[in-house]
Design a protein around this ligand. Structure first.
Ligand code: SF4
Length: 348
């Protein structure tokens, strides 16, 4: 089937600036398709239908996980932000990918919601130019919110986009964007950015631990980092659900080589012993005892020993696990380690 044609493609994170940038161009009577990249760290493809109706935009979800992981784990050239966010490399990667998609949609330019001076790492003047150059989009990237602070682009020079109707917002304030959102009649104002877990210090600890322990982590490993309580003992990774939702996620994300730990006859958390290292029966029995620490009903029962099931595919085995105190275990929660962050950059 032939793809619908558009004048331009835009980066759509779901954050306010990306919405405003696309709406500004749409308001000039041009057809724009918003590309919503998603990965274990950012993006919400399940919200695309909702956003389309709410903002009157056309959007397409694109999974960029594979390319993103390969950049993050071995090819970060322009440094990381405060946590593990490689913002400059991320922007370059996304723009390169959108550039490749232009011809498929008959589009001739790209729109993005960057604002000069808004973010210290990726939106300084020199960085905005570096991104243009490295992504190879110097003559086709339009930044409508801040265009008047930058040289005009080819699409403006050719008259396809009216430069008079573009803006010259700059700096870290949000006043101009909020006023524009009001003028455009946006019914819902999202947070400034789209929400990226690589900027979250708590998630940063989890990701850093994973990267330092597993040589080539997969997308699913990063998704598992989001779930429940996380514990490591050497290279053994144990995840314990905090609630029903976590337990469901553990089942959904587990592979056939993982082992699910389930306390018999009592409600409580599930555990997931992640594949990738050998779990002896002894290790699993210790993990089973550790799981009991997080089951209040078990602790209130007055018993001292409990049956714990190990479930893998259709197999099920059972051990008897004793109740102990948290301090009796070596399992450690991930901690931030600046040296590990540097190692990540040195892998380039
Ligand atoms: S915050 Fe995350 S998604 Fe946004 S540019 Fe930085 S790395 Fe990319």
């Amino acid at each position: 089937m032939l793809k619908k044609k558009y004048h331009g493609l835009g980066l759509f994170s779901g954050g306010l600036d990306s919405i405003l940038a696309l709406k500004l161009i749409q308001r000039q009577g041009l057809n724009i398709l918003g590309i919503h990249f998603y990965s274990p760290f950012f993006g919400a493809p399940e919200k695309i239908d909702y956003w389309e109706k709410l903002y009157g935009l056309e959007l397409l979800g694109v999974d960029i996980s594979k390319e993103y992981l390969s950049m993050l784990l071995g090819n970060v050239k322009h440094g990381l932000g405060k946590v593990l966010n490689p913002c400059v490399d991320c922007k370059i990667l996304m723009l390169k990918k959108v550039k490749k998609m232009l011809s498929m949609y008959g589009a001739s330019f790209i729109v993005s919601g960057e604002v000069l001076g808004q973010r210290p790492m990726s939106q300084r003047r020199d960085t905005l130019f570096l991104i243009l150059k490295e992504a190879g989009v110097s003559d086709i990237l339009l930044r409508p919110l801040t265009a008047l602070n930058l040289p005009s682009t080819r699409v403006e020079d050719l008259g396809l986009v009216d430069r008079q109707k573009l803006l010259g917002i700059k700096g870290r304030g949000r006043k101009a964007q909020l006023e524009l959102a009001r003028q455009l009649g946006l019914e819902e104002i999202p947070s400034p950015a789209g929400g990226c877990l690589l900027t979250d210090p708590e998630m940063g600890k989890r990701y850093l631990m994973l990267i330092s322990k597993i040589s080539s982590p997969l997308s699913i490993d990063f998704l598992l980092c989001k779930v429940g309580r996380q514990f490591w003992w050497g290279n053994k990774w144990l995840i314990i659900g905090r609630n029903k939702e976590d337990n469901e996620s553990l089942i959904k994300l587990s592979s056939s080589e993982d082992i699910i730990l389930k306390i018999k006859d009592f409600p409580g958390p599930l555990g997931l012993a992640r594949k990738g290292t050998n779990w002896s029966k002894e290790d699993l029995t210790l993990a089973a005892s550790f799981l009991l620490v997080f089951a209040p009903k078990v602790r209130q029962s007055g018993h001292t020993e409990f049956g714990v099931l190990f479930l893998r595919e259709k197999e099920s085995t059972e051990v008897c696990a004793g109740l102990k105190n948290r301090k009796d275990f070596f399992w450690k929660e991930p901690e931030w380690d600046e040296k590990k962050k540097k190692l990540l950059l040195r892998s380039v």
